[in-house]
Design a protein around this ligand. Sequence first.
Ligand SMILES: [Mg+2]
Length: 432
Amino acid sequence: MVIDLVAAAKERGIKSFLISYTDLFGVQRAKLVPAPAIGKMSRDGAGFAGFATWFDMTPADPDVFAIPDTDSLIQLPWKPEVGWVAADLYMGGKLVEQAPRNLLKKLAAEARGLGYEVKTGVECEFFLVEPDGLTVCDTADRQIKPCYDQSALMRQYDVISEISDCMLSLGWEAYQSDHEDANGQFEMNWGFADALTTADRHSFFKYMVKSIAEKNGLRATFMPKPFLDLTGSGCHAHVSVWDGDTNLFDDAAGELGLSPLAYSFIGGLMHSADALCALFNPTVNSYKRINAPRTTSGATWAPNSVTYTGNNRTHMIRIPEGGRFELRIADGAANPYLLQCGIIAGGMDGIANGRDPGKRLDINMYTEGHTVTGGKKLPLNLLDALRVFEASEVLQQRLGGFVPAYLKLKSEEWNSYARHLTQWERDNTLDC
Ligand SMILES: [Mg+2]
């Protein structure tokens, strides 16, 4: 279905369109286009200077044109006169290979060509904090074990219920919201869909949560670890692969209700997991969430090793029931499109090469992880992750021209961090 934006503007009373794209660092960029100009713009695209955003481009490069993918149109529920539309990026008439959404469309289409529709749902955790970002928004939210705290949840009812109503009005099948394991932390769940739809909704969700929090005088952050002693914000993904209406992961006779295809997909993700951290855990701060010491609530709920299990949340991959699995590595900083790209690239490699995930582990990884011998560990910092990512033949081959662009910008980001002089260094080195 291709939506005619000119007609949509008239029918739905849309006065302006946000033509939006997501750069390599997950930042959403947009131009606000008045409805009378949308006809030409939806054909020719909105022009951007790519270098001014997070892309491996130069100031001398020609304009990037963002051509709306009209199927992605979302009318802002809290400001219905504006329509948001995700765009595909072109330069010189060609698709920009490094653009995350372009890459996801390519990978999803390749999988589809082999008869596999990858479907995912994401669980986006976030904190509601004061506008300066230094403290959680609710001074009464102080329980040591704050997960599912009814009172703390209801004190944020105005924000949470508005977001939930928005999701319902958009037909996302929102089904639950709760207070999560850290003070000031929440999670809101909606239905799963094909990987591109989920990525678009994930992007829009982040924008929506931030916008509605702002409207209420608060700030929403998806930062992986904004408070060292509290549980960080993950972005768990639930994954299944379909052929039409048939879930190809579903196998009543299989181990834990999963088919051999599902185990190959899991095997592929485990094979490339350390390298995929460069996409799933893309910031310096991400590595304070995975491999973290225990938080005040008693657990980090984040993985530290490349293992899988049944219904046990201490592992990187959990199989809660037949027909799907949960990937627990990614965090709130993950670029919604690159998260899905990583899942498809890793999983499809597993299917193509029949990767064996080995035997599942049914231990508590937080207390017994040290007993596992020979297992792969997750990278300890962003630089580690980038080096493994660079060395990954699987990802080099599957992600193509995106890889050098991403590595270049992320390495520059690491270097910028490494040049930063910290108080820790002064405390520990001044008297050396
Ligand atoms: Mg959660």
